[in-house]
Design a protein around this ligand. Structure first.
Ligand code: ADP
Ligand code: MG
Length: 390
């Protein structure tokens, strides 16, 4: 799960990590009051969406008086912000964060992410703050200092010194940086985060480190023990079909292709996507209907897949282990009655009662259903059906 910058900063503040004072608003009329309460004479007006690169897209503006604060807030609220992380469609801005403008002496990058190869968290720091860190990593990897942190030992002084040394920080800044980095690791581990990114982390005129941006992702499987974080979920920012799928115990991820996939089991779903690509197609989604696939879940699965107007054909690839193929076949027939499918449906049912299933599908004689003998055959058929469809 992701949260907004203003929410991540609230969490930071609870751990005494310095942030500028700020207020989230949803209506431009509230902008001036918010800025007055924050105080000072310069403010940053920042779009709150679950994507980075807002500044370049026009979603972050510096206001030098209250009129400008209101003007920028009204321009940003309701705008469709397009950044390199939003995709072409962009994201509608419904919330704006107003915060005190900070004098920046220098910009840095600081992040923590779970390193899946090392199997422990890695803290990364760089003097190249404000830039896209992926670009720094690709072009000047030497400018990123990384340390792995054993969670059983936690964040230690030597970790902080290694990072500070790697960034050539003078001694006076090293102490302030160490305190900051230690607190950030606390935030990461205590909240079961999977990623924290501060870009830029800045050094202000008083040689104090301040988080100017904040991005946090959390491990969904640990959310049950962090109700206050779960409460920060913003459904506006999530793919509506993915949220709908979750309600029915389906695990769905929308992708960009045109071949819909309905599969039981995450592993089989992954290999189905692979083989579709191998045959020259592009999967439109990942969908795992789970072990207990039934007529209802199959029907719901079709509905969710078909919400995506790019879908030109669907591949149903079910392996009957616990579920019996004949029941799935009946489920598919029922589902086609409940939901107007309207695109070719390539069905591969294998495993328990596969022969009975084949008979059921053949006898039903439904025009859109194309049966497949195995995975490769199904992939070939669905890719050509998707290509053939208008
Ligand atoms: P994004 O990464 O989505 O573009 P940031 O929060 O990093 O958004 O803001 C973009 C840039 O705007 C920052 O790199 C910084 O230069 C400037 N900025 C952001 N917040 C403030 C602030 N409170 N005071 C001064 N400048 C700011
Ligand atoms: Mg940023």
């Amino acid at each position: 799960m992701n949260i907004h910058e203003y929410q991540a900063k609230q969490i930071f503040a609870n751990y005494n990590i310095p942030i500028p004072t700020g207020k989230m608003i949803k209506r431009a009329e509230d902008a001036k009051t918010a800025a007055q309460e924050i105080g000072g004479n310069i403010w940053a007006v920042k779009a709150q969406i679950h994507a980075g690169g807002r500044g370049k897209g026009g979603g972050v503006k510096l206001a030098r008086n209250l009129e400008e604060v209101e003007k920028y807030a009204s321009e940003i609220l309701g705008m469709t912000l397009i950044t390199h992380q939003t995709g072409k469609a962009g994201k509608l801005v419904k919330k704006v964060y107003i915060e005190g403008g900070v004098d920046i002496q220098k910009e840095f990058y600081l992040g923590i992410v779970l390193d899946r190869t090392a199997e422990i968290p890695v803290m990364m720091a760089s003097t190249e703050g404000g830039m896209e860190i992926e670009k720094v990593a690709a072009e000047t990897p030497g400018k990123i200092v990384k340390i792995a942190i054993d969670p059983l030992i936690g964040f230690q002084g030597f970790h902080a010194r290694e990072l500070a040394f790697g960034m050539n920080l003078p001694k006076i800044q090293t102490r302030s940086f160490s305190k900051f980095a230690k607190a950030l690791y606390e935030v990461y581990s205590k909240n079961d985060a999977s990623l924290i990114e501060i870009n830029p982390l800045i050094l202000n005129e008083e040689d104090q480190f301040v988080a100017l941006d904040a991005k946090m992702n959390f491990d969904d499987n640990a959310l049950f023990r962090h109700q206050s974080i779960e409460a920060m979920r913003d459904l506006n920012e999530e793919e509506p079909t993915e949220t709908e799928a979750k309600k029915y115990g389906l695990s769905y991820v929308k992708l960009d292709g045109n071949v819909g996939c309905m599969v039981n089991g995450a592993g089989l779903a992954m290999s189905t996507m692979d083989i579709i690509k191998y045959e020259g197609g592009e999967p439109a989604n990942f969908l795992d209907v789970g072990g207990a696939a039934s007529a209802e879940t199959v029907a719901k699965g079709f509905e969710i897949i078909l919400e995506d107007k790019n879908v030109k054909a669907i591949f149903v690839n079910i392996f009957g282990g616990i579920v019996r193929c004949d029941r799935i076949a009946k489920g598919i027939l029922e589902a086609t009655k409940k939901t107007e499918v309207g695109v070719p449906l390539v069905v591969r049912l294998d495993g328990t009662n596969a022969e009975e299933a084949a008979i059921i599908l053949d006898n039903a004689d439904i025009e859109i259903i194309i049966t497949a003998s195995d995975l490769a055959d199904g992939a070939k058929k669905v890719v050509s059906a998707a290509k053939g469809a208008k």
